[in-house]
Design a protein around this ligand. Structure first.
Ligand code: SF4
Length: 323
């Protein structure tokens, strides 16, 4: 028998997979890569190590643009910031259901813990998520299963309910004990890493929605740099350090204009939109070392030009910054 497990890479999802593997069920883990989730390098691979050793498989899918509609108008609302957690769970579980059907698995499971997160893991929210994901009776939460209605696979004995758990609440003590039992060397931090819950990131999402320009690429770019909205509607992103400069340099194509100081030490900037190149250059000049005007190299799709930019005064810079 096969089952699909939603695999965030967090401790709960790792333990849930081990509990299902304990019942000699073949586990296929589905991880959805989302641009607003940050984790340390190779974290998913590290989290998956003990599961791979036990024969589980890992399928990685990219978040689709359908998620943007959810983010703009979540049926069940936002959490503390721009995190539409209930709708997000439903989206991920629908992806899990599609994979279940595709590979002939018999149920889907998650690392949900009853009451761990107030918005998406209350009893009411778990029920809504199960119903609206189209997985009624087929969605197992092994960590809290004994506190929830039995699923079809528990009722007919394909999964032994007695070997599932009754964890609830925010404490991770039982999960940490199980981490030891299962020999986990890598214990992911409980922070979760969803930037939609971060105030500054959420503000950028909201501002982009106001300008009707939200995209998966922007959700990625919001992680980097200072963002400015220019009078023409163009967006300017100013790198804050060497590694952000490198990320911004990686963007090319007609929709992007790359600005860099020719001689002075200063940031790499990405201008999205056609207009306000001079103003963008002046903002960039403000962040360059030294004094006086700054010679700026402007590159659009390989075509280069140079211009001399005055440093924009701080008060105007603050006015234009998205915050
Ligand atoms: S915290 Fe972020 S990733 Fe997690 S369910 Fe909420 S919106 Fe989705």
């Amino acid at each position: 028998m096969k089952a699909v497990g939603l695999f965030s890479g967090g401790l709960d999802s790792i333990i849930a997979c081990h509990l299902i593997l304990d019942q000699n069920i073949q586990v296929i883990c589905l991880h959805i890569n989302a641009p607003f989730i940050v984790s340390e390098i190779n974290a998913v691979e590290k989290s998956f190590r003990t599961l791979r050793d036990r024969g589980a498989e890992l399928v990685v899918e990219e978040l689709s643009s359908d998620f943007l509609n959810i983010l703009m108008a979540p049926k069940h609302g936002y959490g503390s910031q721009m995190n539409p957690c209930i709708d997000c769970h439903i989206y991920m579980l629908r992806a899990g259901k599609n994979l279940m059907v595709e590979i002939g698995a018999e149920f889907v499971f998650t690392g949900d813990v009853l009451g761990e997160r107030p918005m998406s893991q209350s009893k009411g929210a778990l029920d809504i998520i199960e119903k609206e994901s189209g997985l009624e009776g087929m969605l197992l939460r092994p960590l809290s299963a004994k506190l929830l209605k039995p699923t079809e696979v528990e009722i007919d004995g394909r999964v032994d309910r007695d070997r599932l758990l009754d964890i609830k609440g925010r404490s991770r003590s039982r999960q940490l004990e199980l981490a030891e039992v299962y020999g986990l060397e890598f214990i992911p931090s409980p922070a979760g890493g969803c930037l939609l819950t971060d105030v500054a990131y959420a503000r950028k999402v909201e501002e982009a929605m106001e300008h009707k320009e939200l995209s998966l690429e922007l959700l990625h770019l919001f992680r980097y740099g200072r963002h400015f909205r220019l009078p023409s509607g163009s967006r300017l992103i100013v790198g804050r350090n060497e590694s952000e400069n490198k990320v911004l340099e990686g963007f090319s194509g007609d929709e992007y204009i790359l600005l860099e100081p020719k001689k002075d030490m200063g940031p790499t900037c990405l201008l999205i939109g056609d207009d306000d190149i001079e103003l963008a250059s002046s903002i960039m000049a403000r962040y360059c070392d030294g004094e006086g005007d700054v010679r700026v190299r402007v590159n659009r799709g390989g075509l280069e030009l140079e211009l001399l930019a005055k440093r924009l005064e701080d008060s105007r810079v603050r006015e234009l910054m998205v915050k």
